[in-house]
Each structure stands twice: as C-alpha cells, then as structure tokens.
Design a protein around this ligand. Sequence first.
Ligand code: ZN
Ligand code: ZN
Length: 755
Amino acid sequence: MPKKKINHSFIEQKEFRVFNPETIKQTVEIAVKPKPSIEELTTIEKTGKKPKKVKITKRTKSESKIKSGRGSYILIITEKPQAAAKIAAALSGGEDRRMPGGRGVYYYELERNNKKIVVACAVGHLFSVSQTKKTSGYPVFDIGWKPNFEVRKRDFTKNYYSAIQRLVKNASEIIVATDFDIEGEVIGYNIVRFIANREDARRMKFSSLTVDELQNSYDNSLPTIEWGQAIAGETRHFLDWLYGINLSRALMHAISSTGKFKIMSIGRVQGPALYLIVEKEKQIQAFKPTPYWQIFLLVNDGKNKLEVKYIKDITKKQELDKFKDLKNKKAVAETTKYKQTITPPAPFDLTTLQTEAYKFHSITPSNTLRVAQNLYLSGLISYPRTSSQKIPEAMQPKQILKQLSKSHSNLTKHATRNKPIEGSKSDPAHPAIIPTGIHQALSGDDEKVYNLIVKRFISCFCDNAELENKKVEVTINNLRFNARGMEILNAGWMNVYPAKMEEKEIKDMNGEVTIEKINIVEKQTQPPNRYSPASIIKELEKRNLGTKATRASIIETLYNRNYVKSKSIQATELGIRLIDSLEKHSPIIIDEKLTRNFEKDMESIRASKKDLNKKQEVVIKKAEEKLTKISSDFKKQEKEIGKELNDANQAIFEQEKQDNNLHIKCPQCEKGEITIKYTPRFKSYFLACTNYPNCKQTFPLPSQSLIKKTDKICEYCKWPLLLRIKQAKRPWIFCPNPKCESKKELGINGETKEN
Ligand SMILES: [Zn+2]
Ligand SMILES: [Zn+2]
C-alpha cells in the first residue's frame, strides 16, 4: 500500500499563522459536494430512543499513542451524523446506545458478534487544503492539509474532530464507512492518517443505508481503504486549490495594478464551462434572422379533409412559384403505417435524474442533488452520485419491487419483466439510483424527486411501449407533402413513467384527392437556444468537463460570481469580457482539452492499484507548469488585463444601477429616483432615493430575500412590480409602493402569486 510523500505539512508543521483575509476570500473550486448547511450536516432523524448514559473507558495519557490491536473496540467512522445513526442501528438490530461525545456531538456504542463497536462521525471534510506558508504573491505551490478549524476560525467541525480524536485512542481497529466515492474516501483517509495516526484502515462499501446492505458491508468489510479513490480525490483537491488560488491572485493582482480592488476568480472547470456559455451568447448576438416559408395544403378525398405540409422548408422566395397554381388540382394520397417499439428508459444515473427533474418539475440540478442526498441519508434511495445505469442482482431489485407494491400498487401492477432493463453507462462504485423499497411520507421536492425515481425504477420492469405511426403522403408534380399520426397500441412502461408522447389521430387517405386550399406561412429563423440549467449539465458531461458530482455546483458558482444570469443561462457582460480577456492574454485558463485531460488523469489514478503517489506527482507537476505559464502571461500584461477587467466590472456596476432603478420620482426631494439598495449590515434590500443618504427617503422591502425588479407594472399605481426570491418559498411578485391601492384589496402586503 502506498505511503504518502507529498508534504502534508500540517503534520510536520504544527504552527500556522492566521490566514490573511485576502486568501480566505479566494473561492476555490472544491465543492465536489455542494456545501451543505450546518443543519443539513448535523440533523439526525429520530432514532426512536433516548440516549442512555454509559460510562466511557477512562483514558490515560500513556494510552494516547495506542497501536492497533491494543484497544477495546472497533471504531467505525462515517461521513455524516445521519449515516452514523443508520449504521449503528443496522449493526445492532436497534440495540445501539447513543452517547454524548461533547459539545452537541454524538457517537454510538453497540455489540455485534460479541465485539464492541463504536460508531463515530465526521461532518463532511474535517480538513482543508491550504498554503503552508503565508505569502501573497503568485504562483504558489506549497500546499498541505490542515484541520478546518485552523484554517477558519470557530469552525463547527472542530467538535467532531475532537470527538474522533478521543475515540481513536482506544480503538483496536478502524473501519472507514464514509460515502464510497472519491470525496468520501478523502474524508476517511485524512481522519485515518491525521487524527488516528495510522497508515490504513478497513473499509465498508455500501450503496444504500439499508439494514441488509449495511450489515453485509460490515461483515465483509474490505481490508484496506480504496487507495485509488483516496489519491484521486486528494489530487483533485490539490489541483482545484492550486488553480483556485493562483487564478484568483492573478486576476486580483491585475485589477489592483490599476489601483482598484475587486474580488474576482475563476476555477479550473469554470473557465471552460463559462467559455461555452459565452460562445453561445456570442452566436445569439451575431445571429441575423432570415425568412423561410412553410407550405400547407388542405386536401379532401370526398370523405375527409386533411392538412399536409410540404416536406421541406423553402428558403428562396422564387421557389414559392412552384406552388402557386395548385389550388383545385388533383393529387395522389398514400397512407403507410409502421409499428414502433420503445423500450423503457434506462434506470437513473445522476445526470439523467437531474435532467428529468428539471424537465418535469423545474427543480434545478443542484437542488435535485441536494434532495437526492437527503433521500439517500433517510435510507429511501441508493447513493445518488453515480453515473451507473445498472441494477445488479445484488441490489435485489425483485425484492424492492415487491416492497414498493405495498405503497405503489397502482404502478407495480404494470411490472411484467422478471429482470429490470439496464442502460449502457456504468460506474465502478455504485449502481443506478433506485429506491430501497422503504416507504416514508414525503412532501414538496422530496416527494417529487422520490416519485420520479420510483416510477423510473418500476418502469424498468414494464413492457415495451407499442406505437403505430401513420404517414399520409400527398404527391403532385413531384412535390411531396405529408401528415403524421400516432396511436399508442400498448402503453407498457408509459403507464408508469411520464413520457411526452402525444397521440394524434388522422384518417387513412388513399388515391385521388382534391387540393382545396394552399397556405403559405412565412417564418423567421431563430437564434440558437441558450442553455438551461439541465442542458448545460448534459453538455458538460458530453465534453467530459467536471464530474457528475461537481457539475451542478460549478454552474451555481458562475451565477454567484455574476458571470451568468437568468434561468435560460445568459452570459453577463462581465462573463463575456472576462472570457475575452482570458482568451486574449492567457487562453490556457479556458482550454477545454487541458481540463478534460486532467479529468482523465484523475480517473486513471482512481482506477489504478499501484504507483499512485508517482501518478499524483506527475499530475500536480503538470498543473504547476501550466500555472507557471499562466502566471507569467499575466505578469507580462498585468496592466492591460487589469484595465479590461476593471472596465468589465464598471460596466456591470452601471448595468446593475440601471436595473435597480425603479424610475419613480422621489416624493421627498423630488429630484432623485427610487432605487433598490442593499445593506450588507442587515443583509437585506430596501428602497431609497438615489440621493440617499443626503435624502432620507426610504421604504422597507421583505427581509432575508433576494429582490429583483420585474418588467411588469402595477396596474393600480404604475410602480414597477418587484420579485421576491426566498429559499424554500415560491417566488412572489409584489408592488413595493406602500401607498398603493392594491394593498387594500389584496390584504396581505399587496402580494400576488406569480403565475
Ligand atoms: Zn429623495
Ligand atoms: Zn401598486
């Protein structure tokens, strides 16, 4: 098994200075798992029993370096508190004891096969990558792991760190039971080496938090951690951190060379992702619509009438002449039919789940992942960060189907296959996203996403759908027109899973028909569509940029940095100018091929069994070379880049000022205009005069929400209506005018529901 060589400086160097604020603000593209809230991380669903007090074996100082084999229990370490509760309950048959581990942290004690087991938990990452020596220049390459609480003051993970630190001392053996993927492996690996000071640990591998699977994965735990995953994950952290800090510093140094200050950054995968969006925006801006024509005939066979369409679109106006004299002429119709079989869609991998949840329920990909993660932790579905479309026998799909028949009999009654169908994509660590069969009442997005997963799973057991397609073709003077119809003969899986298939009935037509009417419709070619939150994720996957677990958060970051906006993703002026500047001065940053090669490198580390550290060094070295090049590009042209970025920031600032102005004359000074302002101190928006603070006119706005101007006007007072966006609430449109007539009629704050 590999021994680490990279400078994990935190072990060697116990003393660190406080991070300077500049570097703390650097956004590093590490959110391989979207940053969960503290609440999400630490809430445990009721375990059904109260913690009992049990005396913990007293530790003495001499025991602190206890070696394997000398301890009194097996210590299992999970990724999150919820998982610890589930694992403890599963391994003990519900006889576990919840123990206080200090400062709101709990762990569990239990016995299995006459062995004492302690289950403790991390709370996501307990360690962060950071710079070993404090500097402010760039490029910087000296990095290592440090406990979170040394990097960020008052970090809540410290209590979990301390609890594990106490518990490892008397552990005879450690079993890592974090999520089985590269992030989970890094979380476990860091605890094993840095807190427990051990070289390796056993590993539980599971794909869902069900009793059977957890017991099985404990009884058959792997002898070592998954080294490929651990080193690949660590490499990703190093790479993203190196990119994050160096690119941010390069951008900020450029800006400050012009005497201004503005935080800007771009990540390793965000560069190429933003480039794609900007390219699309430029295509749209450069697009010139051209006219084209569609030609429809209304034909009559003596019994029925039917509208048929010319098989091509006409782009040259003079070609329309061919159709001029067709009215009242005879044409020949012919009907052909063919059957079509559509197999059920493959089981869900993450990207497909995200795409479908967006299509059917408008749930964004990042929210879908968040919801799926909760469903997994509640034991309702298998692990969601998967690219697999397989349902292995070991998951006992038939048994799951049987269990689902208790709660979803109206769906399971359509299941006819003995084995579920599978798709082509696979994943080395996990099966497709499927329900576990356990049922629990849900609501909101949880319910929507869960039901989608259940339906998709059940539909894999259903018959193919059988369709009959019909085409009526009408020919005259070698010009071909047609109309299409479709009938569903056997809905099969479509009884279970929503399919956007519309039946369309048309009558058969054969032989001579009369042309009763010609209809020429002029149309304009349309610009390409912008990406939606779902289609951009698909596009990134197609181009092998980012990973299934990171794509949603990469896009979210682009929004947060003001590089993109709107639901149909539009590059902002800032985004466009940033890409222009980078393309001109340091195109490596947005080089899609380089990013993709890094993904391949990390995938090959993950899949390999030996020379892991050497492979890691090669990748890091390559990144260092690229970053050295980028740094020298930037330093050479610092002033010019700085000016471009400043102009871009200024442009977006002006734009925002314009966007926020309601263009309503201030009632107090009668000179300024009412505009939306933000107070960082109270983290909320309010309305104020543009002459604020000289003019004191202000109006309150709903607190703790994002407020945006809409293009709608209040029909009562003609003020622009505002949009309130608040987490976990539906968006609301309201009139901000406190004196508006609508308030009296509508009652509650004059708010109207957005349609
Ligand atoms: Zn005023
Ligand atoms: Zn109004």
